[in-house]
Design a binder for this molecule. Structure first.
Ligand code: ZN
Length: 316
């Protein structure tokens, strides 16, 4: 029987300025804004979801732009996702380098870790990204970005979790979360859900001397894995509690339901359902165009719209 965890769902970060975040994700990465809403735990802050056309699970990057809300700059370190990698077509890295430089974004070629050519760059908040050249990613890109379909991002490739020691993290991922160890390199263990494919991989990077991470501007808040449905989610929640994890209740995120817990290395993980997805409250062609609020926030819409900074959500 296949495992109900089917791959990555999304990665969520605390970023700095809302407009700079939009300009980077739309105009530099070439993602589509698939939902403009608010942080369901703090409605004075936006929650932007970016992805490919429909925001399919495994293609989604999301941000809480917290500028001006008293959140300090975070610290990257142990107990955190320290890099997010997107998948781009093999042969497209030269055009990405030129595109990034033209936009004033420094890009370095990274030493191939698992035989993959890649580029690294940083967003205006200090969040770290990698673009990995893959010849096996058949997911359709969002064609509306500035780099052209031949080079456009296909979705998430993998995330890097930094921990001090890998054993317990790998044990939890392989016993309950459907992962298998598929490769190892110095200070890295690569895990995959189901098959070794873009959008299904997590790299556990271990460094016993890593400083503890601190959430704040420019750091990843959590990574979500996708699960097939609510019954499987409730069952996995019980299994995680039995295993000794402190797990939240099931939360309604409108576009999926979620549970959250920390894995033994301290990284905040979420398990999010595949359905209903981002077309539950907007037609696919209108995704991201207007501010969507969950039903319980609608009564506060006038106040929310007054508080949020105005933004332009088309590529600059
Ligand atoms: Zn999330």
């Amino acid at each position: 029987m296949s495992h109900p965890i089917v791959g990555l769902h999304h990665v969520t970060a605390t970023s700095d300025d809302a407009q700079a975040d939009l300009d980077f994700c739309l105009g530099v990465l070439g993602l589509r804004l698939v939902k403009k809403t608010v942080n369901f735990d703090n409605h004075s802050v936006y929650h932007f979801y970016y992805g490919t056309e429909r925001g399919a699970p495994g293609t989604i990057w999301t941000t809480f732009p917290y500028r001006g809300r008293g959140v300090p700059v975070g610290r990257k370190g142990a107990g955190q996702v320290t890099a997010t990698a997107f998948s781009v077509p093999a042969g497209s890295l030269a055009s990405w380098t030129a595109h990034l430089r033209a936009r004033g974004v420094a890009a370095d070629e990274a030493t191939p870790r698992f035989g993959e050519e890649s580029l690294r760059c940083t967003d205006p908040s200090g969040l770290r990204f990698e673009l990995i050249a893959s010849d096996s990613d058949t997911r359709p890109p969002w064609p509306g970005g500035p780099v052209g379909e031949h080079a456009a991002i296909r979705g998430l490739h993998h995330v890097t979790l930094t921990v001090r020691s890998p054993q317990q993290t790998v044990e939890l991922l392989t016993t309950l979360l459907g992962c298998q160890v598929v490769d190892e390199a110095e200070s890295y263990v690569r895990l995959a859900v189901g098959e070794r494919a873009p959008g299904r991989m997590l790299d556990v990077r271990y460094d016993p001397a890593a400083e503890p991470a601190m959430n704040g501007l420019g750091t990843v808040h959590h990574v979500a894995l996708a699960i097939t449905g609510g019954d499987d989610q409730a069952r996995l929640r019980r299994e995680l509690i039995q295993y000794g994890c402190q797990v939240t209740e099931i939360r309604d995120r409108c576009y999926f339901t979620s549970i959250y817990f920390r894995e033994p290395g301290g990284v905040l993980l979420e398990i999010a359902t595949v359905d209903p997805g981002f077309t539950v409250d907007e037609d696919v062609r209108d995704l991201g165009r207007s501010l969507k609020l969950p039903p319980w926030e609608e009564p506060h819409r006038p106040e929310i719209e007054r508080t949020l900074p105005p933004v332009r959500s088309t590529a600059a």
